[in-house]
Design a protein around this ligand. Structure first.
Ligand code: DAH
Length: 355
């Protein structure tokens, strides 16, 4: 075999074997690069006789062209392989209908967002606690001593006692987050605590799992006027209309004095309109944090005071958006969600409207 034919065979075999573009380029440099094998063979032409040149010149040019063309063909094949691999790994379903409803935000999530927007505008931040609580945070520190009758009113779900005999509960309210926050952080404190709560109860207006938002403000010189101002402003912002409210004396173990807040409403046909009207509807519980609660968290009641409030998120959602039965909220019925759900891309916002 002539030297030219042998060189061609050698590179043809290497090109066929090349698995990557990088390897292929290395072969190109080794054969056709300035210092490559074929280029060196071409430099040898200068020392040849005219007759030799006549034969070898076109032959070497042919060799150069043939190798370059093999490299080009292999390069295309490798590029196509890479494209096929990318297409296979990055699939997209082009048959998905355009503009189909891509799911909706649950009204509870929507209302939680709305509350967070209103309270964050007033300088509150959000705090969280566990759904499975211990007796201390859910009851004792909130001034429900063992055997206190108010404990029975909570229809508590009790967990099986652990190996040390400790019996945890599914938290019956979000108030334990008050305790966790006061123990962890120094005043001034201004938090809301949204979350799931649990009580053994089920009818048109009760579900065993429901949602509450707790509020807590602790600082020096806090009084009931601050509490009233915050809650009145909240109600008008939330219902997006002027809302008349009244405070009635009440009892909660963890606040003193305690109150329930009512809002005015009227019935228009089967709908309930919140804001004005002849009737009052109870909407939340609140009060000044009890000195015993402050002490349980290591705060001196002579130095710090505060107020707290708690409200049912699901009930507020029902009232604002007109849902008749609380149980439907957690039935996971997509028709219900399609009807009452919210566009997940439109975020609640005080400037352009909450919903
Ligand atoms: N924890 C109460 C409940 O679930 C609600 C509540 C009432 C929370 C008054 C408060 C409060 O912080 O001050 O029934």
């Amino acid at each position: 075999m002539s030297e030219i034919a042998a060189t061609f065979e050698k590179y043809a075999a290497q090109i066929k074997e090349a698995r990557e573009l990088r390897a292929l380029d290395d072969i190109r440099v080794a054969a056709l690069g300035k210092k490559g094998e074929v280029s060196k063979m071409m430099q040898g032409l200068g020392k040849m006789s005219i007759d030799e040149k006549k034969v070898m010149g076109p032959a070497l040019n042919g060799l150069k062209k043939d190798i370059a063309s093999l490299i080009e063909t292999r390069k295309e094949a490798l590029e196509n392989e890479a494209l096929d691999a990318a297409l296979a790994s990055e699939t997209m379903d082009m048959s998905l209908p355009v503009g189909a409803k891509a799911g909706t935000l649950h009204p509870v999530s929507q209302v939680m967002e709305e509350m967070a927007v209103i309270f964050s505008d007033m300088g509150f931040s959000a705090a969280e606690g566990p759904d499975i609580e211990d007796d201390f945070h859910n009851f004792t520190a909130l001034n429900f001593p063992k055997g206190h009758p108010a404990r029975d009113m909570h229809d508590t779900f009790f967990m099986t006692p652990d190996s040390e005999g400790e019996q945890k509960v599914l938290r019956t309210h979000t108030s334990p987050v008050q305790i966790r926050t006061m123990i962890k952080d120094k005043p001034p404190i201004r938090i809301i605590a949204p979350g799931r709560t649990y009580r053994c109860d089920s009818d048109q207006t009760h579900t065993p799992m429901f949602h509450q938002v707790e509020g807590l403000v602790i600082d020096k010189g806090i009084h009931m006027g601050h509490l009233k101002g915050v809650l009145m402003d909240f109600m008008s912002a939330f219902f997006e209309t002027d809302v008349d409210v009244q405070f009635r004396p009440h009892h909660f173990p963890f606040t003193e004095p305690s109150a329930e807040m009512d809002v005015r409403y009227e019935r228009v046909g089967s709908a309930i309109k919140i804001g004005q009207g002849e009737k009052w509807m109870e909407i939340l519980g609140c009060g000044m944090v009890h000195p015993n609660v402050l002490r349980a968290c290591g705060l001196d009641p002579d130095e710090y005071q505060g107020f707290a409030f708690g409200m049912g998120v699901d009930r507020l959602a029902m009232l604002k958006y007109g849902m008749p039965d609380l149980r439907d909220m957690f039935a996971a019925d997509t028709r219900w969600l399609g009807h009452y759900g919210f566009n997940p891309l439109l975020q609640a916002n005080l400037a352009t409207g909450l919903s």
